[in-house]
Design a protein around this ligand. Structure first.
Ligand SMILES: [Fe+2]
Length: 341
């Protein structure tokens, strides 16, 4: 399914800032410099429209976090959206960089695409979103959108990370999608569908016969995503997977991540293929057996490597934590301990 093309690797890392943590004290944050011109990222695959109602789908795999980023456009108008972009972060050094996002921006410029929206499927816990950086660089009236239940996720994690002032959530996301809300992408119609389970805010985007599922389903040999984050629920995920499997068999399900073991990286399969062979939920799978298996599995999973920086940034639409009075930016890692030292 996927070609052997790999994204370009620009030599210069630009727009770098450093975030402080208990292990990586570094220099003060400074205003973002203008973006340096980098070579365009190369899509791993281009999916041509399946019919007149479907978009062109360009797939960009971010290797460090195994994340699929998508640029989706209407071939007539070249109006486009970006789904689930990645901001680069290196925990040992604290460096937050934009090489991946800059590659997307160069591709967009070189191909004359008109980005209208930057979309998130959910508040990711395993990578930082580049949504805010992309919005800043693209300018104009580009909006950052997410499902309306992000408020629930913000409420859960605000006290965890010391976001005690509600003002830190003002002017973060530009649009909160209601269930089944629709919007236009050129001549194409897009529908937002609520797909809870992995997280409570999770949505998918349906554009013609292309569905961007985020982490509501994975490729058939990977199966399903964990449901143990606050507000996650295996029963809800089962229902969301059933909803996805109820679309016509030739619809394509573009997933949020891929974790290949002994095959090439894969961005999508059809609903029909998923119905037949999804490892965790396929035709005939009983809800109770999936829920029991999922809960048992989740109980032994460790925390994602980038959990804390991801959530601190992603519940604020990709904005870094506010700088302190000395201009320093910190990521917080809550300590779990009974010690009184
Ligand atoms: Fe996720």
């Amino acid at each position: 399914m996927s070609s052997t093309n790999t994204p370009s690797t620009p030599s210069a890392s630009v727009s770098e800032s450093r975030a402080m943590s208990s292990t990586a004290p570094v220099s003060a944050a400074s205003p973002l410099p203008l973006r340096a011109k980098v070579p365009p990222a190369q899509p791993m695959k281009r999916h041509d429209p399946q019919d007149a109602d479907s978009p062109v789908v360009l797939t960009f795999f971010e290797k460090a976090t195994c994340t699929w980023q998508y640029i989706i456009y209407d071939p007539k108008s070249l109006e486009a959206v970006i789904v689930d972009s990645v901001l680069d972060y290196d925990p040992p050094s604290g460096a937050v960089t934009t090489k991946t996002a800059d590659g997307l921006l160069s591709y967009i410029e070189e191909n004359g695409l008109k980005i209208k929206k930057i979309l998130e499927t959910h508040a990711h816990a395993d990578h930082l979103t580049a949504a805010q950086y992309l919005k800043q660089q693209l300018g104009g009236d580009v909006s950052v959108g997410i499902g309306q239940r992000i408020g629930q996720v913000q409420k859960t994690f605000a006290p965890v990370y010391g976001y005690d002032d509600p003002a830190v959530f003002e002017n973060t996301f530009d649009h909160y999608f209601k269930d089944d809300e629709t919007f236009k992408l050129g001549d194409l119609s897009c529908q937002v569908v609520h797909l809870p389970g992995h997280t409570p805010d999770h949505v998918g985007y349906v554009i013609g016969k292309a569905i961007f599922t985020g982490d509501s389903i994975f490729n058939p040999d990977v199966g399903s995503a964990r449901c143990d984050f606050p507000g996650g629920n295996a029963q809800d995920l089962f229902a969301s997977m059933q909803r996805l499997l109820s679309y016509p068999a030739d619809y394509r399900l573009f997933v949020g991540h891929d974790y290949p073991v002994d095959r090439d990286t894969l961005c999508s399969t059809t609903v029909g293929e998923q119905r037949e062979s999804n490892k965790h939920v396929k035709v005939g799978t009983e809800e109770d057996s999936f829920v029991e298996w999922r809960r048992t599995r989740d109980a032994v999973l460790g925390a994602p490597r980038l959990l804390h920086p991801s959530l601190q940034v992603n519940i604020r639409a990709g904005k870094l934590p506010p700088a302190d009075d000395k201009g320093r930016v910190w990521f917080k890692t809550p300590a779990k301990t009974e010690l009184k030292l």
